[in-house]
Design a protein around this ligand. Structure first.
Ligand code: ADP
Ligand code: MG
Length: 560
């Protein structure tokens, strides 16, 4: 049997375009070919479970190998295999059903990920790195003949009798000059670690040595010998595929360590598991963030049926949860599509609100079940919660029950508790509440002391998100404003008649004030007598809020 033919495609040669255009993501050829191999083994398992395969299929596996001298990379599997006709159908034709559309659209696409897959070009990504590809295949079907297909990256292919004697497919890439970097154990291992680490079928890459017990020596001590075993690169049952009931705390912590070996233990986690109206599994971890926002971003890994896709989950996970770590696996997230398409996708919208709700529920539960533990974690959790509250109304509505305000005495209050606490002393005559806060407890210590002394509480608002959080509280809380402890308004709220300086007569006060005014001799500063108690500040010298801002602006070089 020998057949030559032309890959059915109406446009002229597509390969130069694929090759030229997709240069940035060359490494995904391995993801595509290994996923195809995994698919082939899973199809076989399914057929077998339906009683459509004769005999025992044995253990299925995928193997990746390379040969530096021959300059080849081989991906083989013992899956369903293909007959010559199937190769014609699936490789020659089907892959190019979207080719014309591809030719029209490729100009708009920004990276290879947007194209591969979307146009059914998974197999053809091999031509990004190879100038010849061979397929050897033997179908599982009884009496099937082995087939061999070869193609040099033009639209010409050759189909002939194959040489495989066992069921499965072997794909050999003859790596081209520009991509010889892939002919390295280190490089291939790195790509396999990235994309194939949690594939559901064992993926073997070379061998490794292991120590195995080997009887006892003369003194009765256990002996070991080195044995060579297949190097399996993946964990076929990662925790997100298991039921939460079968998992212990350690399992979650171990998995976290596996994903982020250099991070501290996470605070807590959420196991996601839905199958209606969309399919999604995953584990999301709340890391210790320590305010280094940017460093922590983009740590969530997106999978589709255990194939790693990307760690760019923007638009799938709500913006404020981008700080979380962990994995999400969903076959219902459209892959390889443009950003705007993703945002408009109804599954993605549902997934987005599902995750938001799960996170809110988990926080509410932690708060309700063990408030002291929750408060202990608050410095880390607070950032997420506040970020969520400022960015999503739906989240605000849930989080208003468990967001905590912390005052300068390090006490935590819910919004409701805080309102009750300060209402008696911090309501003005129009019935408006004034919350006083500091964004720098050290620098503003004088103001804090002075406010405390007059019976006012001061909140600490010094996290990177607090400016936004304050504005959103002002919008959402009824008749409440938040004022910085050194602002004019906070100043005015302080009732002068409670001022201990009043034990001096007015005349005496005026005299003391004059001494200070003269000594400072700058009209922008304001002198106030505070206390005669030796433990407290006797006098505060402040700058008018307006003047302070002007100075700040001048210092920034802004001017007006
Ligand atoms: P997709 O995987 O999206 O269908 P591909 O271009 O990756 O597109 O593969 C095209 C088709 O070729 C597959 O659907 C499958 O039928 C067939 N195929 C590819 N690789 C294998 C393999 N290792 N074993 C069996 N069939 C395969
Ligand atoms: Mg594929």
């Amino acid at each position: 049997m020998q057949e030559k033919g032309t890959i059915s495609i109406h446009t002229e040669n597509i390969f130069p375009i694929i090759k030229k255009f997709l240069y940035s993501d060359h490494e995904i050829f391995l993801r595509e070919l290994v996923s195809n191999a995994v698919d082939a083994t899973q199809k076989l398992k399914r057929l077998s479970s339906l009683g459509q395969v004769k005999g025992d299929i044995g253990d299925v596996r995928v193997e990746v190998a390379f040969d530096e001298t021959k300059k080849t990379i081989t991906i083989s599997d013992n899956g369903i295999g293909m007959t010559a006709d199937e190769i014609k159908k699936y490789i020659n034709q089907i892959a190019f059903s979207g080719a014309e559309e591809f030719m029209e659209k490729f100009k708009e696409a920004k990276d290879a990920n947007e194209i591969i897959g979307r146009f059914g070009l998974g197999f053809y990504s091999a031509f990004m790195v190879a100038d010849r590809v061979d397929i050897e295949s033997l179908s599982y079907q009884e009496g099937a003949e082995p087939a061999h297909w070869t193609c040099d990256g033009s639209t010409e292919f050759e189909l002939s009798e194959g040489s495989l004697t066992e069921r499965g497919t072997e794909i050999t890439l003859h790596i081209n000059k520009d991509n010889e970097e892939f002919l390295s154990k280190y490089k291939l291992q790195e790509i396999l670690d990235k994309y194939c680490r949690f594939l559901p079928v064992p993926v073997i890459f070379g061998i490794k040595t292991e120590e195995e017990p080997d009887g006892e020596d003369e003194e009765g001590k256990p002996k070991f010998k080195s044995v060579e075993v297949p190097n399996i690169v993946n964990d076929t049952n990662p925790i997100w595929t298991k039921s939460p009931n079968d998992l212990k705390e350690e399992d979650y912590l171990d998995f976290y360590k596996q994903l982020y070996p250099f991070s501290e233990d996470p605070l807590f986690w959420i196991h996601l598991n839905v199958d209606y109206p969309f399919n999604l599994t995953g584990v999301l971890y709340f890391p210790k963030v320590k305010n280094d926002f940017d460093f922590q971003r983009n740590k969530i890994k997106l999978f589709s049926r255990q194939v790693f896709i990307t760690d760019e989950v923007k638009d799938i996970v709500p913006e404020f949860l981008m700080l979380l770590h962990g994995v999400i696996d969903s076959p219902d997230i459209p892959l390889n599509v443009s950003r705007s398409f993703l945002q408009a996708d109804s599954n993605v919208k549902k997934i987005n609100s599902y995750i938001t709700k799960k996170v809110a529920d988990k926080l509410a539960e932690l708060f309700k079940n063990d408030r002291p533990a929750y408060e202990e974690k608050w410095p880390d959790i607070g950032l997420f919660v506040k970020y969520g509250m400022v960015s999503e109304d739906k989240f605000y509505d849930k989080a208003k029950e468990f967001v905590l305000l912390t005052n300068t005495e390090k006490k935590n209050f819910t919004l409701e508790e805080y309102k009750e606490k300060v209402a008696p002393a911090q309501t003005d005559k129009d019935g408006r509440l004034v919350y006083i806060y500091t964004n720098d407890p050290q620098k503003q210590d004088a103001f804090i002391q002075s406010a405390n002394k007059k019976g006012y509480d001061v909140l600490v608002m010094n996290s990177p998100i607090d400016n936004h959080f304050i504005s959103s509280l002002e919008q959402k809380l009824e008749k409440t404003s938040l004022k910085r402890v050194d602002s004019d308004v906070a100043d005015k709220l302080i009732k002068k008649d409670e001022n201990p300086a009043h034990i001096l007569t007015e005349e005496q006060s005026a005299q003391v004030k004059t001494i200070f005014d003269k000594a400072i001799n700058k009209p922008a500063y304001k002198v106030e007598l505070e206390s005669l108690n030796p433990d407290e500040l006797p006098v505060t010298v402040t700058m008018d809020e307006f003047m302070r801002r002007m100075k700040e602006m001048a210092a920034m070089g802004g001017g007006m």
